[in-house]
Write a protein that binds this ligand. Sequence first.
Ligand code: CP
Length: 325
Amino acid sequence: MPTNSSSLYLPFGENKNAAWYGKDIVSVKQFSREDLEYVFGVAHEMRGMVERVGTLDLLKGKILANLFYEPSTRTSSSFAAAMERLGGSVISINEVKYSSVTKGETLADTVRTLECYTDAIVLRHPETGSAEIAAKAMHKPLINAGDGTGEHPTQALLDMFTIKAELKRFDDLTITMLGDLKYGRTVHSLARLLSLFNVKLNYVSPNILKMPKEVMDEVSEKGISQNEFSSLEDVLPETDVLYVTRVQKERFENADDYKKVKGAYIIDLDIMKTAKQKMIVMHPLPRVTEISMDFDDDPRAAYFRQMEYGLYVRMALLAMVLGKA
Ligand code: CP
C-alpha cells in the first residue's frame, strides 16, 4: 500500500474523467487487479486522514441516500459514517414500511425519486439482481450493499483490504470459507475477487449449503484450485485465512433444514489450537454461535478490525464514484 498521502484524492473540484466517476458498483466482476490496488491505495489514504484529522470536507455539499430493504448494522452505518467523515450528508431509509414502497411503489421509481435529491444511492434489497435493475433505472451512481443471495461487492472489497492489511499479500494463500456458502452473498463476491490472484480455495459446508456451481465455474475459469469438504479439521492446519459465515435462518424455506445445520461449525480456542499461529479468522458479521466469544481476544481474530477497514474502503468508493479520487 502506498505511504504517499497526497496523490490519490482531489481536494478541489470533481475529476469527471476519473475512471470510476459516475459509475455504479453492482458486482465484483467490474474490478481488475489494478482496480483493487487503486481502491486499496485510496482506502489507505483515507485511513491516514481519519487517524490524523478525523473528518474531511472532500464531499462537502454531497448527499448520499442509504436505502435498505433488509436489516443492516455494519453496511448502513459504515456508509453513513464514511459519507459524514468525508464532509457529506446522508438520507437514510431503513424502514421501507414507512416509505411509499408500502403503497406499491416499484424499486425503479423509488431510486429515480431518491436520485432527484441525492448524488448517489446505496441499496440493500432481498432480491438477487435488484441492484442491476436499480442501476439501470438511475443516472447517478448506485452502490450494491447486498442483493439477496447474489453479491455484496463492497463487503468483498473490504475483505480483500483486510487480507492485504493483515497478511500483506494474496498470492500463495490458502483461504478456507466456512458455513453457509449457498446463500452467503459475501462469499460469492469474495471467491470471485480472490480468483484474480494465485490462491487456493477450500469450501467447508454442510451438504445442503455448498458453494453454488455458477460461482465455482467462474472461479475455475481463472485456473484457481477449489476443493469442497464437510469437515473443518481436514483443512484448518493449512489455512491462512478462515472466512466464517453465519447460517442465515432468514434464507431457509424449511425451518427443519435450518435446525439441522445451524450449529454445524463452531470456532473456539480449542479447535484453533490446530491452526497456524500466523493466520487470520474473518467474518462479515453478524455472528450468532459460529465463533465463540472466548476466541475474540486471540490476535488471529480479525473480524473486529475487518469492520474498521470497511469504513476506509467505503470512504474510498464514495470518493471514487463522486469524482474525488
Ligand atoms: N456484513 C454485513 O453486511 O453486515 P450488516 O448486515 O450488518 O450490514
